[in-house]
Design a protein around this ligand. Structure first.
Ligand SMILES: Cc1cc2nc3c(=O)[nH]c(=O)nc-3n(C[C@H](O)[C@H](O)[C@H](O)COP(=O)(O)OP(=O)(O)OC[C@H]3O[C@@H](n4cnc5c(N)ncnc54)[C@H](O)[C@@H]3O)c2cc1C
Length: 256
């Protein structure tokens, strides 16, 4: 193992998923139109959509694509939020809330479409997603969810206790909220598949290259790593909960 090889956390996904693509470290002075820090779902999906729009993109990743939460989660593809329903979101955020609700409604299908379109092998199943009801009083929450998401055209249904028992094989539930577009996926395979896909489209991914700072210089963003730097017209910080893991990327000293 070389001194800068990445240590993967012990997980089921790491044990069952074929390796990701080989990516070089960032060395020397590089340029891209858009620079993305972080190679999880946020960074990889941003790179994919920008590249589909013909934008020159480079990702700077501290470890390897999918090393963060994207390669270590449950893999449930859930086209809803855990608490707020569409009316709550729109009441709070207006037109932006409406766009967000439409994006959420289509989110699972968007994911499965991308996986199909780019032939990503990620053990995916669009078999629906059920939020079971765990106490009799909470059936009202499921009813509200069905009523609200139906209004926005989502393929949702209220399930009876018997239907949930038949579908899940358990007597524990009092009913359920069912969205047919949800499903499951191997998240690490998805992240590695997305990385392979964007590389194939011409995105550069620099791995094992923690960003140690970024600054505005000569009208551009410049991201530095230990062995190199990359400048771009636009910068996307996609380090999420790992923002302080390698360097305080979004800490006070970087705020404008
Ligand atoms: C236990 C758990 C279970 C979950 N289950 C689900 C689920 O079933 N379904 C679901 O939809 N969501 C689930 N989630 C949420 C989901 O995993 C996250 O929302 C998603 O992975 C976030 O992706 P991301 O790209 O924003 O962040 P991450 O995947 O964490 O990516 C951030 C990346 O930034 C890199 N980085 C950090 N600092 C630097 C630096 N200085 N320089 C360069 N790179 C850097 C990291 O190495 C990392 O690869 C779960 C989360 C957890 C923790």
């Amino acid at each position: 193992m070389s001194s800068n090889a990445v240590r993967w956390p012990i997980s089921l996904w790491a044990a069952v998923t074929p390796s990701g693509p080989d990516c070089p470290e960032l060395t020397g002075a590089q340029q891209a139109d858009v620079v993305i820090i972080g190679g999880g779902f946020t960074g990889l999906s941003t790179a994919l959509h920008l590249r589909e729009a013909n934008v020159d993109v480079a990702i700077v990743e501290a470890a390897e694509p999918g090393w963060g939460a994207s390669g270590r989660n449950n893999g449930q593809v859930i086209p809803t939020l855990s608490r707020p329903d569409p009316d709550d979101i729109i009441a709070k955020h207006g037109a932006a809330g409406e766009r967000f609700v439409a994006m959420l409604r289509d989110s699972a299908s968007t994911l499965f479409d991308i996986v199909g379109r780019y032939d990503i092998a990620a053990e995916h199943e669009q078999s629906g997603w059920i939020q079971p009801v765990h106490s009799p009083g909470r059936i009202k929450i499921a009813e509200r969810r069905v009523q609200q998401w139906s209004k926005f055209g989502a393929p949702v249904e209220l399930l009876s206790r018997d239907e949930v028992r038949d579908m899940l094989g358990s007597d524990a539930w009092f009913g359920g909220f069912w969205n047919r577009t949800g499903g499951h996926i191997n998240p690490l395979a998805l992240a590695r598949g997305l990385a392979r896909t964007v590389l194939g489209l011409g995105v550069r991914i620099y791995a094992r290259s923690p960003a140690t700072s970024f600054e505005r210089r000569g009208g551009k963003w410049v991201v530095k790593t230990e062995r190199g730097e990359i400048s771009g017209r636009a910068l996307v910080v996609a380090t999420n909960a790992y923002s302080g893991e390698f360097f305080d990327v979004v800490g006070a000293r970087h705020r404008p």
